[in-house]
Unconditional design. Sequence first.
Lengths: 162, 290
Amino acid sequence: MEAEVKDQLVSIEKPGLIAPPNWEPVIMGILCNWCSYAGSDLTGTSRIQYPPNIRIIRVPCSSRVDPWFLIKSLQTTADGVLVSGCHPGDCHYISGNYYARRRFLVTKKLLNFVGFHENRIQFSWVSAAEGPKFAKVVAKVTDDIKKLGPLHLYKKENFEKK
Amino acid sequence: MNYTKQIQDIAAKLFAEGKIDVFVGYRMNGFDDNQVPVLITDPQDVSKLVFTDKSVFNLVNYLKSDHTRRKRVGLVVKGCDSRSLNLMLTESQVKRQNLYIIGIACEGVVDDAGQKMQNCTECVVPDAVVFDELLGGTLSGSLTLTGSKPYQVNADVTALAAMPLTERAAYFEEVFENCIRCNACRHSCPLCYCAKCCIDQETATLYNGANTTSSAFHALMTWSLHLAGRCVDCRNCEKACPSHLPLHLLHKQNESVIYENFQEHLAGVIPEDRGAFYKYSLKDPDDFIM
């Protein structure tokens, strides 16, 4: 019975398309080296469980994240993106995350404007000491994106010549 | 709005005094009443220059070319063009001492059908903001946060934002599907001057078939986000687009988000102002971050 309910999961942007059985989302996690990456490391060393859907990329700072990265991930494999950096005021490079914050807002609003659900692009501040918070963030993002169904917009493989 | 006589006189005077090597202006295209940009190096050709409300293109784009680089250039700028010139000066792409700028207090230009262009009806900075000589009046009052008139969110953007998500996604899928990836939008933009562009990673070629809706999405979204906080709404990209895509939607959406959330000046209005993404405030909205 439960499997049947899962079969009916549709893509929120394209309600005509139904998710395959036992579909699991792929989430691109872009983490800053100094806080969030260390935080995720702490989650692992503390033996805290979090969903395995996230694929992590390490960047030197959250302001290294060009909006291009998010577009590329959504265009290729990801069903959602999580970008995480240091808390405001904690940036290793003094002010990188303040610059990043502005870009994130504009990127998120533009992607939402062209038809992506806003929960597909998420941001968080996780410090190196917040292992449990990182696990909670990943669980929440995975949960959100599971509800939205698979992403079918502008997927590269749908347009490639066979 | 007709400054043909004044511009011809000024150009002739500049050539006679030996102040410029090249003059960038408009001429009639020769078969109908539309105009095309022209680069003049011979003083005898000055009589070809015109300026009316059909002078639609942004001539600042021609400062990127080899014909004007490292030369002394005279050029004509309207309000929006002068803002992009301001940004090019701030970003060290051109030298101010090499330029002689004829600013226009613009009353709006018209499209092929004779209608006033949409960006001209919404324009908040009609007068040139950087010039050596201003034609058609003086600057009216001081510039505020948005120029000299109140800012309004673009009507097309408001209408689309009110639509349900699925309809909006379908609308933009059609927009990106019609893109032929000719990159005319990038070449016509005065602020796209990078020698190597990251969107060329998905260049449309005969072999890999990368001219797809997906690659158009990638290219146009990346392009518009790299211009966010810098786009001056001159709509040179839309005039150049062979598929007539509504490219202004992406730029105006970014502009409205930046204006509403960060209370920044419109791009290029203030000299030495590099745009919203080159600075920050501790009070920037944070509620969308976990």
